[in-house]
Write a new protein. Structure first.
Length: 390
């Protein structure tokens, strides 16, 4: 069991740097009297050695010192990865605006003019110590959250990988059983259809989990070829007609909108957008429009529906992994499909987004670089060959 470290017996560890002995003794004595642990340093070299040996929580630093001045001391502190986060509070008799500006430019967080008041110094020291501790606590919390996310992703990947084989075997078994069902047994046919659809959904979800994991690790290479995005849209429109049922399912596509893409990957992206649109529109009166058009150097594909829509405050996170948004009719998405779509589109140098509002439907769009666009050679996008790690 991890033990909580004992609380320090002082308010904070402060390194005070000043070449004037009287000033150094005055600050040291006054701050010690207020409950701080104070380490005096009479010059910049000594201060840097002391900070490197045992980093303080805060540095009070004079500017005008022989040899190495306070500006240079601060620059060196900020250049050291181990010391760069330590707040530096300058205390100086210099009162020109350029002196103060330079102090902040080299990394100082505050500036106190000599002669100083102890209460003022104490107040500023307390403020910057509190800010520093809050920043440290926030970084530690973020590090713990990142580690938990990494463990969750590893566990998800492991479970998904282990589940895929038995589910595929189950799908093959169902396919083998289909011919044995009596054609006139409507209940059996319906039950079999439900089971088959559920297995298919689980296989697709697991495939998305594994693909997202591969994308994040940069382990999914792209095999790109020139293809007409309009032709791909027509193929998918035809393939989804049955699933659309009684919905008004329209296609509007310009001709010859050429893009250089990994066709199977982009096909899955579009199929995902169409599947969501079908899922969240009324099965009898819903309306869905799939459109493709050229927009200068880009090809734009859009899937527009008249479903429940998505609140504006939720639109920025629906493309995140495992993000789920509560819609008016049902929970919007499994939390993987749109994350997969975003990674796949961005790997091609494209963009994805949504225009939506509650009660006004949604329009999901993707934009990809066009092959036919006549651009100067130095502005042409480099073809992506491998999905980059996040």
């Amino acid at each position: 069991m991890t033990q909580t470290p004992p609380a320090p017996s002082h308010l904070g560890d402060i390194l005070v740097v000043d070449d004037t002995t009287a000033n150094l003794q005055l600050l040291t004595g006054m701050l010690k009297g207020r409950g701080y642990k104070v380490r005096p340093a009479p010059n910049g070299e000594t201060a840097l050695r002391a900070a490197s040996a045992s980093p303080p929580e805060l540095v009070l630093l004079d500017i005008t010192m022989p040899g190495m001045d306070g500006y240079e001391v601060c620059r060196r502190l900020k250049a050291d990865p181990k010391l760069k986060e330590i707040p530096v509070l300058f205390i100086s008799a210099l009162d020109e605006s350029e002196d103060k500006l330079r102090a902040f430019e080299v990394g100082g967080v505050d500036y106190v003019r000599k002669p100083f008041q102890l209460d003022e110094v104490d107040a500023r020291v307390r403020t910057h110590l509190a800010l520093r501790r809050q920043q440290t606590a926030l970084k530690e919390t973020n590090a713990r959250l990142e580690e938990l996310e990494r463990l969750r992703d590893n566990l998800t990947h492991m479970i998904a990988h282990d589940m895929k084989s038995p589910l595929l075997a189950l799908r093959l078994s169902l396919d083998a059983l289909r011919p044995t069902l009596a054609r006139d047994d409507a209940d059996a046919q319906e039950t079999f259809g439900v089971a088959s659809d559920c297995v298919g959904t689980l296989v697709e979800m697991i495939t998305q989990m594994l693909d997202v994991s591969r994308m994040e690790a940069g382990q999914m290479p792209l095999t790109c070829a020139c293809h007409d995005l309009s032709l791909l849209a027509r193929e998918l429109h035809h393939a989804h007609r049955r699933a659309a049922g009684e919905r008004n399912f329209a296609l509007r596509a310009d001709s010859n909108v050429e893009v250089n893409v990994d066709v199977p990957l982009i096909r899955r992206v579009i199929a995902n957008l169409l599947g969501n649109a079908i899922k969240f529109t009324d099965p009898e009166s819903g309306s869905i429009t799939l459109s493709v058009r050229g927009e200068g150097a880009s090809a734009r594909l859009e899937v527009k529906d008249d479903g429940p829509g998505i609140a504006r405050q939720d639109q920025s996170r629906i493309f995140e992994k495992f993000a789920q948004v509560q819609g008016q009719k049902a929970r919007l998405g499994s939390g993987l499909g749109l994350a997969f779509a975003k990674m796949a589109v961005e790997a091609h140098g494209g963009q994805i987004g949504v225009v939506s509002d509650v009660g006004a439907g949604s329009a999901f769009w993707i934009s990809l670089p066009r092959v036919e666009a006549k651009l100067p050679p130095d502005t042409l996008p480099a073809p992506a060959s491998t999905l980059p790690p996040r």
